[in-house]
Design a protein around this ligand. Sequence first.
Ligand code: 3PG
Length: 215
Amino acid sequence: MMNMHEKNALLESICSKARILPVITIPREEDILPMCDALAAGGLRTLEITLRTEHGLTAIRRLRKERPDLCVGAGTVLDLKMLKAVEEAGAQFVVTPGCTTEMLQAGMNSAVPMLPGASSASDLMLGYGLGYRRFKLFPAEVSGGVAALKAFSAPFGELRFCPTGGVSPDNLKNYLALPNVMCVGGSWMLDPKWISAQDWESVTQACRKALAAFG
Ligand code: 3PG
């Protein structure tokens, strides 16, 4: 079992390598592989599969088996039952939208590293006290966005973030310029109209375009 130091290091490596973490909601089971293949073709090979639909768990299980070269995380993990389910499905990391003591403690005792959501100094202190050093800032834009991250960098110099929620091609570069941002997350490359039309090429193009912002 990894200690918190090792989990923080693993999250840093997963996120900084990913650069962009797509937040994925699977509408139909048949979309799992083509949607994730389209993201991978566009350069996004680290995925956050949310439990927002009934296909989330199936997707994690299938991707681990059928796409072993992708890094598959679970998102929208809200309670202990969901945490256990994604661990069993083979998730390689876990993302939560917010933090409770119960979930943070479960994350410490889990074999899978957890990136907890935080939107305030109090959330960060709760996680910090338990050894967490990497967080998802959620919902990033409405929680102060770039200005909040700059302000957090003073008291929380050791912490690094994956801002998610309202991140788009328009503000991506502002986030990436911050030293305490390790990657950004979002769903803009999975426009619902492309998904319903199964227009996978547009998904791939949107990923490539966004990655180009990294220079
Ligand atoms: C999330 O839970 O991380 C968000 O749904 C992603 O945010 P976005 O849809 O605004 O990109």
